[in-house]
Design a protein around this ligand. Structure first.
Ligand SMILES: Cc1ncc(COP(=O)(O)O)c(C=O)c1O
Length: 388
């Protein structure tokens, strides 16, 4: 064998800093607010649609691009909710979670050495997948005092002749930030002026509180340069069904299908039947879950305020991102002491990139009862570790 046994690209990527030892979350007395996974079961009727597909013998590979009826349902859903228009025949690909869509989008678009703009802190998968595709991550910092909204000027400052692509993710993991129409218009202007491609991961779009979500893909000049990614994991509580989708110009979708056909063949057929029911009949279920998340969000914001722990007010997803700087502890130290002293598990901001230093991420995909006990423990911890 010549050289390393393993891929050099893979070996160059550090292991995930999402330091959750999942066995800890199950230990006696431990409360975990660490995982971004709905605590709700998949709504009953969606489950029934999956079961019926098995009983009816729909257990074969589907069309590689996804069941035609699911692509039609996605097309109608995006039009109805976000005013986006995608043809079900050649502009939509059903994938194994949003995760597959992100991976194949990067592999289809990035050439060796291309620069990819990544607003940070960011969801953990983007940077490693950019690097595995041969691209170079160019971090664009998000600022707490700007509500973690990507600033067009910061974007502009990061662009070089090698810049090819921008990754957007609003509502945002880990901060819960959203973008308003004026932010999107300014970002779209920069993308068009510099001929950038955009991957927008809007998997939390249906979990926006109070404000109507809007997509960058709807702005002038954007549809032809944007890949819109979403999925069923969050808004329909379907993480284990592993289903997502990507929409965009047909020339790009054709390239994504090429990789998808070689690697996955097709997304799970049973999950696709369940997803048709989700989009066509179960919006009420999403609304109920959104109301529950919102009640938890409001509770946490008040609880953190009463502890005088500064926290930006999130307007989407199911995370809060309190600022713990000033306690004389790094994010990592804060998280490990909180665990050892209070048996409360949260994620250090640094899991989402260096720019997350000084923050912790708390997920509220947990019941109010769990959150209330967790906030008691956090308040007790903060008393023992006052501002220095
Ligand atoms: C921003 C973001 N994108 C994508 C995913 C993965 O979604 P899926 O379960 O559809 O693969 C997650 C999961 O936490 C996420 O937070």
């Amino acid at each position: 064998m010549k050289g390393s046994r393993f891929s050099n690209r893979l070996e160059a990527i550090p292991p995930s800093k999402l330091k959750v030892d999942f066995s800890l979350t199950k230990k006696e007395g431990v409360i975990s607010l660490s995982i971004g996974e709905p605590d709700f079961e998949t709504p009953f009727e969606i489950e029934q649609a999956g079961i019926a597909s098995i009983q009816n013998g729909y257990t074969f590979y589907s069309d590689g691009a996804g069941l035609p009826q699911l692509r039609k349902a996605i097309s109608k859903y995006l039009d109805r909710h976000y005013g986006l228009s995608y043809s079900s025949s050649d502009e939509i690909l059903v994938t194994v979670g949003a995760s597959e869509a992100i991976d194949i989008a990067l592999r289809a678009l990035v050439n060796e050495g291309d620069e990819v703009l990544l607003p940070v802190p960011s969801y953990i998968s983007y940077a490693p997948l950019i690097e595995l595709a041969g691209g170079k991550v160019v971090a664009v910092p998000l600022h707490e005092d700007k509500a973690f909204r990507l600033q067009a000027q910061d974007l502009e400052n990061a662009i070089t002749p090698l810049t090819k692509l921008l990754i957007l993710n609003y509502p945002h993991n880990p901060t819960g930030a959203i973008l308003e129409p004026k932010d999107l218009a300014a970002i779209a202007k920069v993308a068009v002026a510099h001929d950038l491609l955009v991957i927008t991961d809007e998997i939390y779009a249906d979990l926006t509180y109070g404000k109507k979500p809007c997509s960058i893909a709807a702005y002038p000049g954007m549809k032809e340069r944007t890949l819109y990614i979403s999925g069923f994991s969050k808004a329909f509580a379907m993480t284990g069904w592993r289903l997502g989708y990507v929409c965009g110009p047909s020339d790009i979708i054709t390239r994504l299908k090429k990789i998808h056909n070689f690697t996955l063949l097709a997304a799970p057929t049973i999950s696709q039947f369940a997803a048709v029911d989700a989009l066509e009949h179960e919006e009420e279920e999403t609304i109920k879950m959104r109301e529950a998340y919102n009640a938890r969000r409001l509770y946490l914001i008040e609880a953190l305020k009463s502890m005088e722990l500064p926290c930006f007010t999130p307007e989407g997803a199911f995370y809060v991102f309190p600022n713990i700087a000033g306690r004389g502890l790094s994010s990592d130290e804060f998280v490990s002491l909180l665990f050892s002293e209070e048996k409360l598990l949260v994620i250090p901001g640094t899991a989402f990139g260096e720019e997350g230093e000084g923050f912790i991420r708390i997920s509220y995909a947990y019941s109010l009862d769990v959150l209330k006990e967790a906030m008691k423990r956090l308040a007790h911890f903060l008393k023992a570790h006052p501002v220095r």
